[in-house]
Design a protein around this ligand. Structure first.
Ligand SMILES: Cc1cc2nc3c(=O)[nH]c(=O)nc-3n(C[C@H](O)[C@H](O)[C@H](O)COP(=O)(O)OP(=O)(O)OC[C@H]3O[C@@H](n4cnc5c(N)ncnc54)[C@H](O)[C@@H]3O)c2cc1C
Length: 420
């Protein structure tokens, strides 16, 4: 691990890795330190069955062909499921209430409510009303439970905590899944970056000239530092800044708290979905149990079950077995009780307590969408910031994190007077 460098990069997720690559292009040196034992951060795939990969974090190349990872995947010969994007479009969602699909008439009413709610949220944002989503949608509608549950899941916080402006700026179709895992794609793309793993940053000292970073493996001195850790980590105080970060930066961090989306991957020993089963479902019951389910999206005998917001955090606290049972129950809601006999394995996530992120992604509090720009702003021309939370437009995504790393590397090169 080089201990004298131009740039100390903290965190080897998509943002840290893209920053390292961009700095190399400009000729600047860097030392990239990663606290955990692997690169990729929230991009991470695990094998749920031989040859079948499940993404615990990011899974879809949001934006499809426009996503920079689409070209990277093509270059690496990694297969994207490019013909599956339509399954995620709202008009193709399948709605399942109390174990039965909505009738055509109910479905039309449900989609009308979804459309009307999205329009109300967009109108509020357009009129500069950055308020909680719960203030602009009809919460008494019979289809409010699936919509609120879906927002809580895809956003990570419940509708009374989600900013209309932030929500509207981020809307985008899910795009392409990666056959062998988005996490594996990021890991393959990042292999050429030099990273010091198991090197947790404990202190960032900017009291003197340059920046000094303390880790259990030793001290590193740099001209500047680039911090790419989540706002969950920044808010936890686990990295001690000396002197402390200025008030405007601390405010940006606290107004961009982490939301939680948890995923359960369930693998079956045979095709329990049937030929027409492939797709995206929203299932909810009178007892409040709601989840989104992606069944067999890539033609494999697996389902991904999503639950987020307050419910997701609560379920995570019940433990792994409860998450597994919940996931199998939701698949059974849709495909019948026989599926239970065919469960072969599951993987459950626990993002709200994940020690290296402390949540799934950052969400602006109502009225605070502007704080992403403050989070991205350097402090004293020495402390730079990147990561998904610093992006407005691609926030909460892997490619947004990637783009933020390039943006920060260019700011640093300009600051250090390097020709670009
Ligand atoms: C459940 C879930 C589903 C998602 N789905 C999608 C999706 O489908 N599509 C999409 O585009 N995005 C998705 N995302 C979001 C996407 O994964 C993230 O936005 C992106 O990976 C974040 O990258 P990053 O570089 O900003 O942060 P991270 O990946 O969190 O990288 C930061 C790194 O810093 C390290 N670190 C933390 N503390 C320290 C320390 N003290 N010292 C040194 N290192 C430290 C961490 O270990 C981590 O590796 C999902 C995320 C989750 C959790």
């Amino acid at each position: 691990m080089p201990t004298e460098t131009d740039v100390i990069i903290i965190g080897a997720g998509a943002a840290g890795l893209s920053a390292a690559k961009e700095l190399t292009r400009t000729g600047l040196t860097y030392t990239l330190v990663e606290g955990s034992h692997r690169i990729g951060g929230r991009a991470y795939s695990e094998e749920i069955a031989p040859g079948v990969w499940f993404d615990l974090g990011c899974a879809w190349l949001v934006g499809g062909a426009d996503n920079p990872f689409a070209a990277i995947a093509d270059g690496l010969g990694i297969t994207l499921c490019k013909d599956k994007g339509h399954l995620f479009e709202t008009v193709n969602h399948r709605f399942q209430r109390n174990g039965a699909p909505l009738t055509q008439q109910q479905r039309v009413a449900c989609l009308r409510y979804y459309d009307g709610s999205n329009t109300a949220i967009a109108n509020a944002a357009r009129q500069d009303r950055d308020v909680a989503i719960s203030e602009v949608i009809d919460l008494e509608n019979e289809y409010a439970p699936p919509l609120c549950g879906s927002i809580g899941t895809s956003w990570g916080l419940d509708v009374d905590c989600v900013s209309t402006a932030d929500f509207v700026s981020a809307v985008g179709e899910l795009g392409f899944p990666v056959l062998h895992g988005y996490g594996n794609l990021v890991a393959a793309w990042g292999t050429d970056v030099a990273v010091s793993l198991n090197t947790c940053v404990e202190r960032v000292d900017w009291s003197d000239a340059g920046v000094t970073v303390d880790t259990p493996k030793g001290t590193i001195r740099g001209r500047v530092a680039l911090c790419t850790v989540s706002t969950g980590i920044l808010a936890s105080g686990e990295i001690r800044f000396t002197p402390g970060l200025p008030e405007w930066k601390a405010e940006a961090i606290s107004n961009l708290p982490m939301g939680t989306e948890n995923k359960m991957g369930v693998c079956f020993d045979s095709d329990v979905f049937g030929t027409d089963g492939r797709g995206h479902y929203t299932t909810w019951n009178g007892n409040g149990n709601m989840a989104k389910v992606h069944a067999c999206v890539m033609g494999l005998n697996t389902a991904a079950i999503f639950v987020g917001g307050g419910h997701g955090v609560w379920l995570e606290k019940q433990g792994q077995q409860a998450c597994h049972d919940f996931a199998v129950d939701r698949v059974a809601d849709i495909f019948g009780n026989d599926v239970r006999k065919h469960v072969s394995r599951s993987i459950v996530t626990a993002w709200s307590t994940e020690p290296w992120t402390r949540g799934s992604w950052a969400c602006a509090q109502p009225g605070q969408a502007f704080q992403r720009a403050n989070l991205a702003r350097p402090v004293d021309e020495r402390l730079f910031f990147a990561g998904e939370a610093t992006v407005y437009g691609g926030q909460g995504t892997c490619h947004g994190a990637y783009q933020s790393g390039i943006r920060a590397a260019r700011e640093i090169a300009e600051q250090l007077n390097v020709e670009q």
